[in-house]
Design a binder for this molecule. Structure first.
Ligand SMILES: Nc1ncnc2c1ncn2[C@@H]1O[C@H](COP(=O)(O)OP(=O)(O)O)[C@@H](O)[C@H]1O
Ligand SMILES: [Mg+2]
Length: 374
């Protein structure tokens, strides 16, 4: 089927009827997730102030989308097949810690397919009419991107099931005895969901995605390429070693790498001769209190807390969050994934434990090492 032959919602007689009971906007409200405003430089979430900056450097095609090679290979084939079959893409779910490129890959897919993408996030779809409004305003072949999809409420989810499966909207009108279910056809669309917590997605929703992919943390070499690319776009002078030095402290996360390039470039201009080399990068990052693992004060406070107050753990995440005055979600979604990946923290059935490597990083002797002294 050719995209032009998709069902045209405007020709449907129900369209005007439903539009009348829908909200006056399908306004894409921003991300209202918990944001850590205390120490934003190395926090991988999207912070309001740098959204414009992010959009200006976001890769638009596969070639400039660095790393995630397994994902790119699969996607290239999937996209090619969809084009050959002239069918819309399967619904896709991307998950993984913030800042790894979930929103970006959705944009890449849209531009590689030459189709439009509508971006929203689950917290903006509170009322049934929010999701209905968006679904009804989609054009055939379009991508609908829902960020933080694990936060969709039950009602919105249930509206999505038939929409994803059969491209229909099942609506009930009237009170109990006179209730009628109306099936309204929708244009064929592709849903792309993104989440930091795939585990919190209900299984009926998860099962409706044809492709589910986890994004991985980036290697130092990949991040160095991200740094180099951003520096080129921003016309920042940087040496290969300078790019590597920034990459090493970016917690495996492109969003952080980009933020650090900008910060270090300020130092390079004000305090040095404008060129970021290894020394400039390391000295600037030391001043910004970002250590060789890319940990910031909150991460170090977390490790220190477990070591000092709980003998290295295990200790529950709620206790950790309360002691640090952070919310559990920030600890679980933002701090922990990288600490776990870097091997500094371990997750056990009874709670979190600092690993021997974590002890070493903070310059504290691990209990096992202490024992061998006696
Ligand atoms: N693979 C990549 N190559 C280059 N830059 C990337 C890549 N992935 C992400 N970025 C950059 O990192 C920033 C955050 O990416 P984003 O897609 O918003 O992360 P997420 O949605 O997973 O939180 C973007 O500004 C983008 O420019
Ligand atoms: Mg995102």
């Amino acid at each position: 089927m050719h995209p032009n032959t998709y069902f045209d919602v405007n020709q449907n007689s129900w369209y005007n009827y439903f539009m009348a009971i829908l909200s006056d906007d399908e306004d894409l409200r921003g991300n209202k997730g918990a944001l850590n405003k205390k120490n934003p430089i190395v926090k991988p979430e999207n912070i309001e102030y740098d959204k414009t900056f992010e959009n200006s450097i976001r890769p638009k095609d596969f070639d400039s989308y660095i790393g995630q090679s397994a994902l790119k290979e699969t996607l290239k084939i999937t996209l090619e097949a969809a084009k050959l079959r002239e069918k819309p893409l399967d619904h896709m779910l991307f998950y993984g810690p913030p800042g790894l490129g979930k929103t970006t890959i959705a944009g890449v897919i849209a531009s590689q397919m030459g189709i439009d993408i509508r971006i929203t996030s689950a917290p903006a779809l509170e009322r049934p009419r929010d999701i209905i409004g968006i679904l009804m305003s989609l054009k055939g072949g379009e991508i609908l991107f829902i960020d933080e999809i694990h936060r969709l409420n039950k009602v919105a989810e249930e509206i999505l099931y038939p929409a994803m499966e059969d491209f229909t909207l099942d609506m009930t009108t009237g009170k109990s005895q006179t209730a009628k279910t109306l099936r309204v056809p929708l244009p064929k669309f592709t849903l792309i969901g993104a989440t930091t917590k795939a585990g919190e997605l209900s299984s009926p929703l998860r099962d409706r995605f044809g492709m589910i992919h986890r994004l991985e943390f980036y290697t130092i070499d990949e991040l160095a390429k991200v740094v180099q690319r951003t520096a080129d776009i921003l016309e920042i002078k940087i040496t290969e070693e300078g790019a590597k030095a920034i990459a090493r402290r970016s917690r495996g996360t492109p969003r952080i790498a980009n933020r650090l390039v900008k910060r270090v470039s300020d130092f390079a201009i004000v305090k040095y001769d404008g060129i970021i080399d290894e020394k400039v990068a390391n000295e600037s990052l030391d001043i910004l209190k970002i250590d060789e693992f890319g940990l910031d004060n909150t991460d170090r406070a977390l490790l220190n807390l477990i070591i000092e107050k709980y003998d290295g753990g295990p200790v529950g995440v709620e206790t950790i969050a309360a002691a640090l005055s952070e919310d559990v979600r920030t600890i679980e979604d933002v701090c922990e994934p990288y600490l776990l990946q870097a091997g500094l923290l371990q997750r056990t059935p009874r709670g979190r434990k600092v690993s021997p490597e974590g002890y070493r990083h903070l310059g504290v002797k691990a209990p096992s090492e202490q024992q061998t002294l006696f």
